[in-house]
Ligand binder design. Structure first.
Ligand SMILES: O=c1ccn([C@@H]2O[C@H](COP(=O)(O)O)[C@@H](O)[C@H]2O)c(=O)[nH]1
Length: 277
């Protein structure tokens, strides 16, 4: 997928919502547990109920790896289901990878070629040669952790460096000089809304994946105040638990649709207020 296609989809749906597919079988409806693949069945129903309200899905691979080979098969079925039925949707493997160059290339092949995700999250800690192998893939996106939503996100990311700039700013500024940096996006937590102004000063046009709305209490409006880019929107706002676990009953997909609809309606208003869509 290209950025132009993603922006077109956002404007068409009046939504920059990303639904997180973090399947925990202790939280899913019990009637699904008797099906052949409860994780896939859960995802399939959530996707069918929300695809018109969302522009992206983000399975966090931890929730699949935790179930061993069966979990990985469920992830494979889920991404195939999205790609076959809703190819206009942007897909994110939230895997937070990154290693020495030849290993990163294998991670990139796993997510971009074998699983055919549009994007994968990576950690910046090992530097340029650990991230550039991901960036080399055409029309695939590397979403680098910049300022994460958790409290400890400030332990290192928020520390000032020698030139008095916090680490997360240096990560963003430096990575934008790397090869194929047009394929970079950044993770910035919704719980850190007050930081978006400064981030937009150094990355005005980059897409930001923003987790932390919903269960973590981040504010959509707070993020959009400075995070929204009038040209390309530049935001994908993720909610996982707040949408997919809205009900534990047989009505779970309908309840998820209602929660997704609430966020989509707020996004449509924000876009209209900013004369964007
Ligand atoms: O800074 C970060 C980076 C990633 N995440 C992930 O996003 C979702 C959030 O789930 P909720 O249920 O909406 O809280 C989850 O997969 C996290 O691992 C994040 O929260 N913050």
């Amino acid at each position: 997928m290209t950025i132009t296609e993603l922006v077109g989809e956002i404007k068409k749906k009046k939504s920059f919502l990303c639904v997180g597919l973090d399947v925990d079988l202790t939280k899913t409806p019990s009637h699904l547990l008797n099906t052949e693949d409860p994780i896939f069945e859960f995802n399939k129903q959530i996707i069918d109920a929300t695809h018109h309200l969302a522009v992206a899905y983000k399975p966090n691979t931890a929730f699949y790896e935790a179930y061993g080979i069966k979990g990985w098969q469920s992830l494979d079925k889920t991404i195939n289901y999205i790609n076959q039925n809703y190819p206009e949707i942007f897909t994110i493997a939230d895997a937070k990878r990154g290693d020495i160059g030849n290993t990163s290339t294998m991670y990139a092949k796993a997510f971009f070629e074998d699983l055919n995700f549009d994007s994968v999250t990576v950690a910046p800690y090992m530097g340029s040669d650990s991230v550039e192998p991901f960036l080399a893939f055409k029309d695939k996106f590397t979403i680098m952790l910049a300022l994460t939503s958790n409290k400890g996100g400030l332990d290192f990311q928020g520390k000032d460096l020698i030139n008095n700039k916090p680490l997360y700013k240096e990560v963003i500024k430096t990575s934008l000089t790397w090869n194929n940096s047009e394929n970079l996006m950044f993770v910035v937590g919704a719980t850190k809304a007050e930081y978006f102004k400064g981030i937009r000063e150094i990355a005005p046009n980059s897409f930001l994946l923003v987790p932390g709305v919903g269960a973590q209490g981040g504010s959509l409006e707070g993020v959009c105040e400075f995070g929204l880019n009038k040209e390309n929107i530049g935001l994908l706002i993720n909610s996982s638990r707040g949408i997919i676990y809205a009900s534990k009953g047989e009505d779970f997909a309908n309840a998820a649709q209602i929660e997704a609809q609430k966020l989509q309606a707020q996004m449509a208003k924000i876009l209209a207020d900013n004369n964007i869509a």
